[in-house]
Design a protein around this ligand. Structure first.
Ligand code: XMP
Length: 514
């Protein structure tokens, strides 16, 4: 391999934790990159990382088509860490024995370690740590030239290393919070074994370098960008505007499906950030296109297509452009399939522009995770209140207002949602929650106010915690908060006479209701 770069390459064998491993490495100050396990060997080699981490995964190494890594990469001089499936893969490929599991070992476990193990040297004298296990198969025999460095309580192998210390393997997950010493273990791999230095930070130097790169790429060209009011598009626009100034034209389409006062508030934020924004008020166009439509996929399709039409009209009015700026972030790149290519985000606010509007893509945040985007935003002076906003879907309230989308119903939903969020903020819980909102059901029920019988609609309260929106748990909000919200919604929003709480995780539900 050529001279190594100060970065870690993570080979993804299908684990739900792969992105978490990449984030943990970056939190320790080392740049990390994810490639799928079956990426061409040359791609892995030209990446020339200082170390490779092989992730966990749902398969058994004993299956004939299970993920594997070319032996010449495992045998090269680059340090390797296998985690969970990655450990079994190393054992199997080097000639050890892996036994098909009859029962899963899942959850918190105690692991005894040898302080001579290169990954455990920094853990002091305790010789036992808490760790998170999640596996079926087990390594029962080590390959030649490898020795065990940790064991679970029942004596099963929990870690091993090669005699030269270059190859290391863990049966448990150092990247999750349920392995409290996981950070020290990863840190031993990065700094002691791979010899990395902690030079990854998103301060002013990163921002200045990125601005220079954009200047060099775009020169005096013109850039357009669709702003959604979200963090990614805003941070991308702020960086780009610092590089190209007035040549950046941002288009903000108000489709009438935003939250209460949201369009005015985000426009005010854009003004304070000195962005050159063209606001298009398209509420009527969207609502008339959506009239009578109740099917969620049809709603999405209509919104997506109309959005492109409105964006295109505005772009032509501005006089066209050489570059399209997108707020693509690293999870979009990884998730959009085998690690790369300029894939246009499929959701509506940037989706498929017509062929005669061919533009180059500019994606300044394409290497960053969400929390890193927030850090850059902070460096660039964007107010924390804005950066901490919960994610909001492109089709907006259309997927939260079940049934027909009429302005009156959307206004009812906006009022209820604003009350819920206001109370969450008052209770100091906003930052702890990944996403909270109200949905409005097309279900009427009987109620009574004073002596009058009512027949009103139903609001659902949804609040979830999540790491990446792939899975989520419902948040156990305090009863006092729920009580206040329920009373306020019924008192202040007359169209609603019943408030219910969604207590479903993802899976089996999704975060949004449609
Ligand atoms: P689900 O509902 O699939 O949502 O659990 C996962 C995350 O994605 C957001 N979401 C969307 N974002 N266009 C978007 O831009 C969409 O159509 C869409 N649907 C869901 C959702 O808010 C959550 O954060």
């Amino acid at each position: 391999m050529k001279k190594r770069e100060n970065k870690i390459l993570i080979l993804d064998c299908g684990s739900q934790y792969t992105q978490l491993i990449a984030r943990r490495v970056r939190e320790l100050g080392v740049f990390s990159e994810i490639l799928f396990w079956d990426s061409p060997a040359e791609k892995i080699e030209t990446s020339s990382p200082s170390g490779i981490i092989i992730s966990g995964g749902p398969r058994s190494v004993l299956d004939s088509d299970a993920p594997s890594i070319p032996m010449h990469i495992l045998r090269s001089d680059v340090p390797v860490l296998g985690i969970c499936y990655g450990m079994q893969l190393i054992a199997h490929q080097f000639g050890g024995k892996v036994k098909r599991g009859e029962a899963a070992e899942y959850g918190r476990a105690k692991v005894k370690f040898s302080a001579d193990g290169r990954l455990f040297g920094g853990l002091g004298e305790g010789k036992e740590i808490q760790a998170w296990m999640s596996h079926w198969d087990q390594v029962t025999e080590l390959p030649q030239g490898f020795s065990a460095t940790a064991w679970s309580e029942n004596g099963a192998l929990a870690a091993f290393e090669s005699s030269d210390g270059r190859i290391n393997a863990l049966q448990f997950h150092p990247e999750v919070v349920h392995t409290p010493k996981g950070r020290d273990i990863l840190s031993a791999f990065l700094f002691d074994i791979c010899g990395c230095s902690a030079d990854w930070n998103l301060g002013i130097n990163w921002v200045e370098r990125e601005i220079d790169k954009i200047k060099e790429k775009v020169g005096t060209g013109r850039v357009i960008c669709g702003l959604s009011g979200g963090v990614d598009s805003t941070v991308s626009a702020v960086i780009t505007s610092r590089a190209v100034g007035e040549n950046l034209h941002c288009i903000f389409v108000d489709h009438g499906l935003l939250r209460k006062n949201e369009a005015d508030q985000v426009m005010e934020t854009y003004r304070t950030l000195s962005l050159n924004v063209h606001r298009v008020d398209a509420e009527e166009r969207f609502l008339s296109a959506l009239a009578g439509v109740t099917d969620p996929e049809k709603k999405r399709k209509i919104i997506g297509e109309l959005f492109i039409r409105v964006f295109e009209e505005e772009a032509r009015r501005i006089g066209g452009s050489d570059w399209l700026l997108q707020g693509t972030i690293y999870p979009d790149v990884v998730e959009s399939g085998h690690g790369g290519g300029n894939v246009i985000k499929s959701h509506h606010n940037v989706g498929g522009l017509p062929d005669d509007m061919k533009m180059n893509l500019l994606e300044p945040l394409r290497d960053l995770f969400k929390d890193e985007v927030r850090a850059v935003g902070k460096t660039m002076g964007i107010e924390p209140h804005f950066l901490e906003r919960h994610p909001f879907p492109g089709p907006g309230l259309a997927v939260r207002c079940l049934g027909e989308l009429r302005k009156e119903r959307l206004d009812v939903l906006r009022e209820a949602d604003a009350i819920f969020i206001e109370e969450i903020r008052k209770f100091g819980l906003y930052k702890e929650i990944w996403q909270a909102f109200c949905a409005l059901l097309p279900v009427r029920s009987v109620g009574v106010v004073g002596d009058v019988r009512t027949y009103g609609e139903t609001a659902v309260l949804r609040a979830v915690s999540s790491l990446d929106a792939m899975t989520a748990e419902w948040v156990h909000l305090p009863y006092e908060l729920l009580d206040t919200v329920s009373r306020r919604i019924c008192n202040e929003v007359p169209a609603i006479n019943r408030v219910v709480l969604d207590v479903t995780g993802k899976p089996p539900a999704t975060i949004e209701w449609e």
